[in-house]
Design a binder for this molecule. Structure first.
Ligand code: PMP
Length: 407
């Protein structure tokens, strides 16, 4: 009987988008949605994606057959190279099992499902998320019945990393815990560990035999440099870890709705690594089969066309620099306007943080006030999507912040 199903709350982010659409004020600003916008607040199709699309459409042999269960092989192989580095020993030694997934969400889900079935099945196991984290982590892990806790991450005082809190909690976690890490451009805070801090985190995780689960949704989008944004993942693999990676092409290719992503399981260098990977891949395929049968083709074809062509790849890197560069410019513009206005508080965190999001430090009350007074929409935790700012609205937004902070 269907009347036992209770009403679920509205997804806060999608509710915010709906409220923005209803607002008729011409000055309204959308800083909620985590999608890139150009300087006119419009979605941006990457020029290289347009090119790849034309190439695909002009292929007379293109059809709509199913992809294999593990997805498009040219795409998953290129995805390995992208995140691990083309000359990664893990690739050469065939230590990586990769499956195409429903974007990053699907990759996180497939990884969580796999771990729920095979990771330390006879002992206590807990996953740790950063506090705060991408909210979907909680729901995804809950759905597969994996327990989770959080480690401190964001310091409200410095608006930077609570490094000590993070490392202490990871050190005190039960041996062999699953530690979920954002590879770069942490969502929602925009705060990343430095390379020195990553090394320390890595050391503690090694001591405690923890299992790293990297969520990588912003490679190349964060700094404009693909290798730099993959540094932490590559460093952990160099240190001998067995780990998994959820890779999304939503932001860095602007393929949001096409759901292109990849899941990788990397085993450590052992003599039987290749057979271990074969076994792991076979189990992942069984899970994938029952969940989605096979992944969607279009986005993977676009990404694969670009990733496997030297010239298109270089054009893609230029597009990445366009997006990351515009966002970095907006960070500078916002900070300098707030400083020029003498807005109470410090604003260096706006330019210290990286990627799509910034944790402004505004309280929930201030967020609601700025929404009703100035028609600026951001999530209640004070997170803004930097991509929603542009040369036409950044001063307006700075004035709105200034007003609400002084009230
Ligand atoms: N992980 C993180 C940390 C994210 O920010 C996102 C995008 N919001 C994702 C995963 C997955 O997004 P998608 O499924 O659109 O690739």
């Amino acid at each position: 009987n269907a009347d036992v199903v209770p009403q679920a709350p509205e997804d806060p982010l999608f509710g915010l988008m709906a409220a923005f659409r209803r607002d008729e004020d011409p000055k309204k600003v959308d800083l909620g949605i985590g999608a890139y916008r150009d300087d006119n607040a419009k979605p941006w199709v990457l020029p290289v994606v347009k090119k790849a699309d034309e190439i695909l459409r002009s292929d007379p042999n293109l059809n709509h057959e199913y992809l294999p269960i593990a997805g498009l092989a040219d795409f998953t192989t290129a995805s390995q190279k992208l995140i691990l580095g083309a000359d990664s020993p893990a690739i050469k030694e065939k230590r990586v099992a990769s499956l195409q997934t429903i974007s990053g969400t699907g990759a996180v889900h497939l990884g969580a499902l796999f771990l729920a079935k095979f990771y330390r099945t006879n002992s206590q196991r807990t996953a740790y998320f950063s506090d705060p984290t991408w909210v979907n982590h909680f729901q995804i892990f809950k759905n597969v019945h994996l327990d989770y806790l959080t480690y401190p991450y964001f310091s409200a005082k410095t608006r930077g990393l609570d490094f000590e809190g993070m490392v202490n909690t990871i050190r005190n976690a039960a041996e062999g815990s699953i530690i979920v890490l954002h590879a770069c451009a942490h969502n929602p805070t925009g705060v990343d560990p430095t390379q020195e801090q990553w090394k320390e985190i890595c050391k503690v995780m090694q001591e405690k035999k923890h299992f790293p689960f990297f969520d990588c949704a912003y490679q190349g989008f964060a700094s404009g440099d693909l290798a730099k944004d993959a540094w932490a993942v590559r460093y952990f693999i160099d240190q001998g870890f067995e780990l998994c990676i959820a890779q999304s092409y939503a932001k860095n290719f602007g393929l949001y709705g096409e759901r292109a992503g990849c899941f990788h399981f990397v085993t450590s260098a052992a003599s039987d690594a290749e057979t271990t990977v074969t076994r792991i891949a076979s189990q992942l395929a069984i899970l994938q089969r029952s969940e989605i049968s096979n992944p969607p083709a279009y986005g993977a074809r676009i990404a694969s066309t670009v990733l496997n062509n030297k010239e298109l790849f270089a054009e893609w890197e230029a597009d990445l620099r366009t997006m990351s560069g515009r966002i970095i410019e907006m960070r500078k513009a916002l900070r300098s306007k707030l400083e020029e206005l003498g807005t109470p508080g410090t604003w260096n965190h706006i330019t210290d943080q990286i990627g799509m999001f910034s944790y402004t430090g505004l309280s929930e009350a201030q967020v609601l006030k700025i929404r009703s007074d100035s028609h600026v929409y951001m999530t209640k935790n004070g997170r803004i999507s930097m991509a929603g700012l542009n040369t036409h609205n950044v001063d307006y937004f700075a004035h709105a912040v200034d007003k609400v902070v002084r009230e």
